[in-house]
Design a protein around this ligand. Sequence first.
Ligand SMILES: C[C@@](CO)(OP(=O)(O)O)[C@H](O)COP(=O)(O)OP(=O)(O)OC[C@H]1O[C@@H](n2ccc(N)nc2=O)[C@H](O)[C@@H]1O
Ligand SMILES: Nc1ncnc2c1ncn2[C@@H]1O[C@H](COP(=O)(O)OP(=O)(O)O)[C@@H](O)[C@H]1O
Length: 292
Amino acid sequence: MTSLKNCPAPAKLNLFLHVNGRRADGYHLLQTVFQLLDHGDTLDFTLRDDAQIRRVSDIAGVPEEQDLIVRAARLLQAEVLRRSGALPRGVDIAIQKILPMGGGLGGGSSDAATTLMALNKLWNAGLTRQQLMDLGLPLGADIPFFIFGQNAFAEGVGEALRPVRTPTCWYVVIEPGVAVPTAAIFSSGLLTRDTPPIIITDFSSHLENQTDLKGYGKNDLQHVATSLFPPVAEAIEWLSAYGDARMTGSGACVFCAVANEVDADAVLSKMPNKWSSWKAKALMQHPLTAML
Ligand SMILES: C[C@@](CO)(OP(=O)(O)O)[C@H](O)COP(=O)(O)OP(=O)(O)OC[C@H]1O[C@@H](n2ccc(N)nc2=O)[C@H](O)[C@@H]1O
Ligand SMILES: Nc1ncnc2c1ncn2[C@@H]1O[C@H](COP(=O)(O)OP(=O)(O)O)[C@@H](O)[C@H]1O
């Protein structure tokens, strides 16, 4: 095998996100439920005859050397060399990017996770899922979740993951047109960091029948983001007419659960033109799992 094409890098939502405290290194302790969506970026990987890792598509605002895709590929290439003594062949990576940056949809992390999983296969590297998760974590807190490959209740900074069953519903997502820098939200004086930890004992039924998220927490980052970025507040206010509208991650995107595709289309038909918006089905598994 010399190439892997059309590899999906799905978006995630944080169905809720609690900030429970802060570690000594300044990183925040979170509790969140990650939900995979059938909407995301797509990547192609083609082996080269030399050892270079190259991104062959432009991503506006992200230089090749800083791209999480390139950094993830180089990290795995170095790890394979360390383990086996042989340097894997280089690779050209093309990406069709549709997820907005600074959107709270985990796009960069998902691209990096797909890269680690696809190259592990293409290079016959044989790393376990857990080894890939450990390798990815320093690049981005959401990367272990995407490699985990199932909807999850996460703790720590997002690396302690347990599978959780979530509703088989649809989501309407609004991109409010601003990029929210994650660091600015976490460092804000407006942020509360003392939500009491919740304890989930029944992971098989938790959240399963809830298309309405009421009662399942809140996003502690939301009031910070809405204060600093008014378009986020405006999108939540508009979408609240159709359900329990919330922000995902550190923003800027806003979502609302609906029962089915017809209901999603009904909300989208009323959407003001100023926002990009879309519908997505809740996925139960990472779509790359079935391809590898
Ligand atoms: C908030 C979450 C929730 O899923 O998602 P996004 O909104 O970014 O998608 C993630 O925890 C974000 O993870 P990620 O996007 O990888 O954040 P990073 O780039 O690692 O962190 C950017 C900066 O935010 C702060 N940060 C991040 C995560 C965390 N648990 N505590 C923090 O204090 C740190 O100052 C860090 O330098
Ligand atoms: N392949 C990539 N796709 C998106 N962003 C990337 C990528 N590589 C690096 N980044 C950087 O990561 C930042 C966060 O992007 P992203 O993960 O899409 O947003 P969020 O963490 O809010 O979901 C971007 O602003 C960008 O500077």
